[in-house]
Design a protein around this ligand. Sequence first.
Ligand SMILES: N[C@@H](CCC(=O)N[C@@H](CS)C(=O)NCC(=O)O)C(=O)O
Length: 220
Amino acid sequence: MIIVHHLNNSRSQRILWMLEEIGVEYEVKHYQRDKETQLAPKELFEVHRLGKSPVISDGDITVAESGAIIEYLAQIYGKDLLPRKGSKAFREYIYWLHFSEGSLMPQLLLKLIFDKIKTAPMPFFIKPIAKGIANKVLNGYVLPNVKNNMDFVEKHLSENTWFAGDKMTGSDIQMSFPLEASMARAKMDDYPYTKAFVEKIHARDAYKKALEIGGPYDYA
Ligand SMILES: N[C@@H](CCC(=O)N[C@@H](CS)C(=O)NCC(=O)O)C(=O)O
């Protein structure tokens, strides 16, 4: 039996969604973030050395890292979410599966961190210096990169219904989290195709069922 080690309000939500799409039986073990630090509880370190979520156990197999979990689940249980090996769709599937956590998420995380620096409590005489440095990094590096990545995604979605090929795959599930996070923090008026993509996945029955199972999630 698959066990999903699910941290509330996290990337782990997309694993529940995938399992609902596949229709395979699974159990959820819930973990709660520390209310102050937002970090995962120490019990998660007993499941995997990094103490992050998602992690799944399948018998004596443990798989961490959402892209690796999606790949594992697609290969073993959900071949419908996996394009044919060697096809163009398969190459696209691999690309977007990695792009999500490898390119887009680091930029979004940098933006979150530098935005937080600007509003963090600190002595009044440090504040203008910290704000100046944060704005320099944001304007000189982070924001142009976020825009470049998001423009790229928008163009792809303006020409394609799904990220890889003509039907939904694991890469759509993997891309959902950074796109939902972006949508929750900005109006996304400049990204109508990306917005429509997120609305389309939110309307799926499997997505809605996963939300009921996972509990409150800020990005839906
Ligand atoms: N790249 C990893 C990221 C895992 C990750 O950072 N998960 C967050 C939840 S969204 C987490 O566990 N945060 C709690 C913590 O850092 O203590 C993946 O996609 O699985």
